[in-house]
Structure formats: C-alpha cells, structure tokens
Design a protein around this ligand. Structure first.
Ligand code: 5GP
Length: 219
C-alpha cells in the first residue's frame, strides 16, 4: 500500500468536510448513500478509481472509472486531495471536485479508506471524521461472503486488511457501529447536524443576532 500527502485544500466560508472510513464490507457506502438522502445540503464526493467496474456499477455514478495510466497522470499533476492503493487498485478524491462542492456551500462527505483519511488529516483542513465498525469480525465475514461480489481470495484479503484497519478507529472523532442500517444512519445524521451548530460554526449567525440586541433601545 502506498500513500502520498497532498497540499492543503480549504474553502473559507464553504461547507464542512466529513470523512467516513470503515473496513470493506461494513456497509459504509449504503449508509452514506442513505445519509445524503436524509440530510439536506450534504453531498458525497465521487472518487476516481483504476479498478474495473463491477456488474451493475456505472461510470460517473458509483465511481469515475479511469485507467491506471490516467490515474497516475492525475497524481503527477497533483489533482488528488488524497489517493491510495487499496487491494492493488488506485482510489482517489479529486481535489477540484471536493473544492467546488464545498465552495458551493455544501457539506461534503468522503467515503475513503484509512490511508486516505490520514492524508486528508495531515493537510490540516478542518474536518470531522467518522469510523464505522461492523458488529464483529464474524458479521463482516458473513457480509463479504453474502454479497457475492468477490472471489474467495479477495474476501480473505479484505478480511486480513480489516484486522489492521479497525485499530485505526482511535484516530477518528466519532465511532458508529453498523449493526442496524437505520440506527447507523440516524447516528450519522445526528453527528452531521450537531457539527453544523458547533459554536465556532455558529459565530457569524450568533454575531448577527447579537448586533440586533445592540441596535435596539430597550423600551
Ligand atoms: P471498493 O473497491 O469495494 O469500492 O472500495 C474498496 C476500498 O476503497 C473501500 O475501503 C473504500 O472506502 C476505498 N475507497 C473508495 N474510494 C476511495 C478514495 O477516493 N480514496 C481512498 N483513499 N479510498 C477509497
């Protein structure tokens, strides 16, 4: 696995950046797809990947599918906010994509692996991180085998990687267990909504309200 730190990206006055990581098979993509449907103003950034599309996946919807050569050229041009080699394929978040979404005032959620999350954290961009844990190793194994998307060797590899990844939960701001999809979405929604009313975020609104207090003589 390789990682490369990139330069800071920050959009003053723009939306907030959220990062969600979890071992493969935890169901994080399903959770976040639901989340963006129930939280107005929240959008998911679409990653680039050099891996082949699985059956049913669509280019420009699930991922931007590109060749390894195209991906590597984008890396060389510094076009990724973060990128990583995951299970032998390259994955990355387009810097311009994330910046444009945030500049439009939207909160942006990146569903990325722990290596990518570490890179985004290292840039110093203000961000909120959430780790989604499966209820247990056994449940993760059942889910990976049950979805029937991957050959046995790939499943073993994902499970092996998961053993290392779960320890990374310590580096995240929030930890949610995906034992029930609705409950997991509700917990994530609460995190987003609470983060939106942090005092530091609310300062411009609070100051505008406070001004009205100063301007009005008490009758
Ligand atoms: P899958 O191939 O199953 O769609 O994804 C495999 C892994 O790649 C997952 O852990 C997923 O979170 C991660 N991943 C997807 N997009 C990105 C990305 O843009 N950056 C990084 N670092 N990881 C990603």
């Amino acid at each position: 696995m390789t990682t490369t730190a990139q330069q800071p990206t920050h959009v003053p006055g723009g939306g907030q950046l959220f990062v969600v990581s979890a071992p493969s098979g935890t169901g994080k993509t399903t959770v976040v797809e639901r989340l963006v449907q129930v939280v107005p103003g929240l959008t998911m950034s679409r990653s680039y990947t050099s891996r082949n599309a699985r059956a049913g996946e669509r280019d420009g919807v699930d991922y931007n599918f590109v060749s390894r050569a195209t991906f590597e050229a984008m890396v060389a041009r510094g076009e990724f906010l973060e990128h990583a080699d995951v299970f032998g394929n390259l994955y990355g978040t387009g810097r311009a994509d994330a910046e444009q979404l945030m500049a439009s005032g939207k909160d942006v959620v990146l569903v990325i692996d722990v290596q990518g999350a570490g890179q985004v954290r290292a840039t110093g961009i203000p961000l909120v991180t959430v780790f989604v844990l499966p209820p247990s190793f056994e449940v993760l194994e059942q889910r990976l085998r049950g979805r029937g998307k991957d050959p046995d060797a790939a499943i073993r590899r994902r499970l092996d990687t998961a053993r290392g990844e779960v320890a990374a939960y310590e580096d995240y701001d929030y930890v949610v267990v995906n034992d029930d999809l609705d409950a997991c979405v509700t917990a994530m929604r609460s995190i987003i909504l609470a983060e939106r009313v942090r005092r530091t975020r609310m300062r411009p609104t609070a100051e505008a309200i406070l001004k009205t207090f100063g301007a009005q003589p008490v009758a």
